[in-house]
Write a protein that binds this ligand. Structure first.
Ligand SMILES: Cc1cc2nc3c(=O)[nH]c(=O)nc-3n(C[C@H](O)[C@H](O)[C@H](O)COP(=O)(O)O)c2cc1C
Length: 207
């Protein structure tokens, strides 16, 4: 069977989500998937970016990551979305990308794929779950198959978020637990998608 195609599509202003996205890409690759790591376009005005040196620096550091396009969604069997928490909701940048998917959605090309999401916030109760559940609304509308990590691996009892990998960035960059949770989440997405893909192939061969 063809390997699973996984797109990891994320936004990061100051690098936290970028680090988590790279860990997810590692996990997906190790699980045997073809992986596209993609950052969504920056939509904030330069004047806003320039107020934060870490934002300016990260834009430079991530310049070599290919920008996400609709073709990445069409290509993927599974998509992991990463976004910082912004007042308890996904960032404008990831939402701008999602809001451009109407044509694909209309053609039914977003349905039946596997979706999962990860996030970070500055504080421990800063809205991680509401952000992940907010992205989940989109996946429902697309007719997606949502694969959360749950408590299906020992790392989940340490990271503590069954909705998706999350990190409290106020304590520093993603630690080993967050990185392992991201790798695990991606692996679970790949394994579930591979099972679905094999089942669908067997079913169409029977017909
Ligand atoms: C406009 C804005 C809103 C934010 N809202 C929240 C929030 O509701 N809760 C929280 O804990 N952190 C909040 N944060 C902090 C970010 O979620 C946090 O720093 C995140 O880890 C940044 O990820 P990044 O380094 O990938 O950009 C906010 C940051 C900004 C700039």
């Amino acid at each position: 069977m063809e390997p699973v195609n996984v797109a990891i599509i994320y936004y990061s202003a100051t690098g936290t989500l970028h680090t988590l996205a790279r860990a997810a890409a590692e996990g997906a690759e190790k699980a045997g998937a073809n992986v596209r790591l993609r950052r969504v376009a920056e939509t904030a005005p330069p004047a806003a970016i320039e107020t934060n040196p870490a934002w300016v620096q990260h834009l430079r550091d991530a310049a070599d990551v290919t920008e996400a396009g609709l073709d990445d969604l069409a290509w993927a069997d599974a998509v992991l979305f990463g976004t910082p928490t912004r007042f308890g909701t996904p960032s404008t940048q990831i939402k701008a990308f999602i809001d451009a998917t109407g044509p694909l959605w209309r053609e039914g090309k977003l349905a039946d794929k596997v979706y999962s999401a990860f996030t970070a916030s500055n504080t421990a109760h800063g809205g991680q779950e509401s952000t992940l559940l907010g992205l989940g609304n989109v996946f429902y509308h697309w007719g997606g198959i949502i694969v959360p990590p749950g408590y299906t691996d020992p790392v989940q009892f340490r990271s503590g978020n069954p909705y998706g990998t999350s990190h409290v960035s106020g304590g520093g960059p993603p630690d080993d637990v967050a990185l392992e949770a991201a790798r695990f989440q991606a692996r679970r997405v790949v394994d579930t998608t591979a099972a679905l893909k094999a089942g669908r192939a067997a079913r169409s061969a029977d017909r």
